[in-house]
Write a protein that binds this ligand. Structure first.
Ligand code: AMP
Length: 208
């Protein structure tokens, strides 16, 4: 199995090759085709499995085919429990999209909101965010989810542990139809299963 056989475009294949990845990891081999087909995905995957590229690469592929992003809009959203993870995922997205005409941004709490509001004037094809700050930016009309067609809940069990599920549920209810949802979690406690059954449509389940 190669990345090329998964149907990713040349700019993404070049970015992956630049990283020195030779072949898709098991989670990537399952998640990439599912996301490209438009399916919702629920994956039991720990850090270190290549889960980030597993959701980022197919989303970039899909975004590269669609219309340009507009001011204050996002086309894909990645929710993370912590600012450290947001920054790390944001770096990955920037690396993999380097050769594509797509933009990305990272927003999290604990820092000034104004620079983030200014940044969002350009819109972002991919926005990586922590839930609280994202809701603040939406409430201040700096971000709209009206054109957001992809939502990733990364490390969902961590979001549960940190008490973010109500905020996540509120954000999920603001997404337009249709949209595609990907849930990644190291463990699948009842609250995460319930979250998935409430917000994912007939998901492809992956475990590695
Ligand atoms: P993650 O599980 O997303 O945190 O990724 C863990 C590490 O694996 C990161 O340092 C990635 O750069 C690396 N990685 C992701 N996909 C691959 C791959 N297909 N081959 C080799 N390394 C990879």
């Amino acid at each position: 199995m190669s990345f090329a056989s998964l149907g990713l475009c040349t700019p993404i294949l070049e970015a992956v090759a630049n990283q020195g990845y030779e072949k898709p990891s098991p989670i990537q081999a399952q998640a990439i085709p599912a996301v490209l087909e438009g399916k919702d995905v629920m994956a039991a995957a720990q850090t270190g499995t290549g889960k980030t590229a597993g959701f980022t690469l197919p989303i970039l592929e899909r975004l590269s085919k669609g219309p340009k992003v507009r001011s204050n809009q996002v086309r894909a959203l990645v929710l993370t429990p912590t600012r450290e993870l947001a920054a790390q995922v944001g770096e990955n997205v920037a690396t993999y999209s380097k050769r594509l005409p797509l933009s990305s941004a990272v927003v999290f709490g604990g820092v000034k909101i104004n620079p983030q509001m200014m940044r969002m004037r350009q819109g972002a094809d991919v926005l990586v965010a922590t839930p609280g700050r994202l809701q603040d930016l939406i409430d201040q009309r700096a971000i709209s989810l009206k054109h957001c067609r992809f939502a990733v809940l990364d490390e969902a069990d961590q979001m549960l542990d940190l008490g973010f599920l109500p905020a996540v549920r509120k954000l999920m209810r603001q997404l337009p139809d249709p949209h595609q949802t990907i849930l990644m979690s190291a463990t699948m406690p009842d609250a995460i299963q319930k979250l998935a059954s409430d917000f994912l449509k007939d998901p492809q389940e992956i475990s590695v």
